[in-house]
Ligand binder design. Structure first.
Ligand code: URA
Length: 257
């Protein structure tokens, strides 16, 4: 088979995914046959990515306004003690929206979501899915960093959540991936533990007149970093495979022992 830069790229991505998610699993050697299969995957992914209409200019403008409002927000004390608000960022026509808990120190410094260690892990998960950060939208329940990365307080969530609720309505993704307990419990308005919630599609109900959006809870990348077991990585990958399948996107292959 002729060497093709596209194939090489996808094979590399596939290998990265396999390496990251493999844990204790054996990664099948990538053969020319796999490479060919992956070329099909690339075309299928790019076709599938194009299926959403672009976000309207009005919605884009409102998203920019929301970002500006979060930067000026003083609805709770976090607005006065942070370095930068982190409104969220990404593709306004995204099919998948990732929602985390709250910015950490790196995010606070840069004003961007998931740019620290947990963010690097999230990037790997996105790559594993055959996607790029530019394909998805990434945000948080809270727009400002809680001091010492403590848990968000209920009154902070109540003050901040309308921003995210409106961002979800405007972007209207096909699937929300809730990263960790705080995101899942807040968006689903449930006290259930993340272990009970993950792995199953739930419904997020946006405002009146909006259709429910499928929501997949999974473990937070920071939790994965602290509990970096094969089992936990495999669980996250199982959750993401369900998301890919639901969107009709190809699911990268790997084999177990
Ligand atoms: N953890 C989060 O929940 N969000 C971020 O943006 C970074 C780390």
């Amino acid at each position: 088979m002729k060497s093709n830069p596209d194939i090489k790229k996808v094979v590399r991505q596939h290998a990265e995914m396999a390496e990251f998610f493999s844990g204790g699993l054996t990664v099948k050697k990538l053969t020319a046959e796999h490479a060919e299969k992956n070329l099909e995957i690339t075309s299928a992914v790019s076709a599938a990515k194009k299926t959403r209409p672009p976000c309207s200019p009005e919605n884009i403008k409102e998203l920019e306004d929301i970002a500006e409002q979060t930067r000026k927000c003083r609805k709770c004390e976090l607005g006065s003690i942070h370095k930068n608000a982190v409104p969220g960022e990404g593709n306004t026509s995204a099919r998948i929206m990732f929602v985390g808990e709250a910015p950490g120190a790196d995010e606070d410094t840069q004003g961007r979501p998931f740019v620290g260690r947990a963010g690097q892990l999230l990037d790997k998960i996105i790559t594993a899915c055959g996607l790029k950060r530019e394909d998805v939208w990434i945000g948080n329940i809270l727009k400002c960093r809680p001091p010492d990365n403590r848990d968000p307080k209920p009154e902070e969530i109540i003050a901040c959540i309308p921003y995210l609720q409106r961002q979800i309505e405007l972007i209207n993704p096909e699937i929300i991936v809730a990263l960790g307990a705080h995101a899942a419990k807040t968006l689903l308005d449930t006290p259930k533990a993340i272990g009970q919630l993950r792995g199953i599609f739930h419904e997020y109900i946006p405002g009146i007149g909006h259709k429910p959006i499928k929501l997949m809870p999974t473990f937070h990348p920071a939790y994965l970093l602290r509990n970096y077991s094969d089992d936990n990585r495999r669980k996250v990958w199982e959750d993401m495979k369900k998301v890919l399948a639901e969107l009709g996107l190809p699911v990268p292959q790997k084999t177990g022992k």
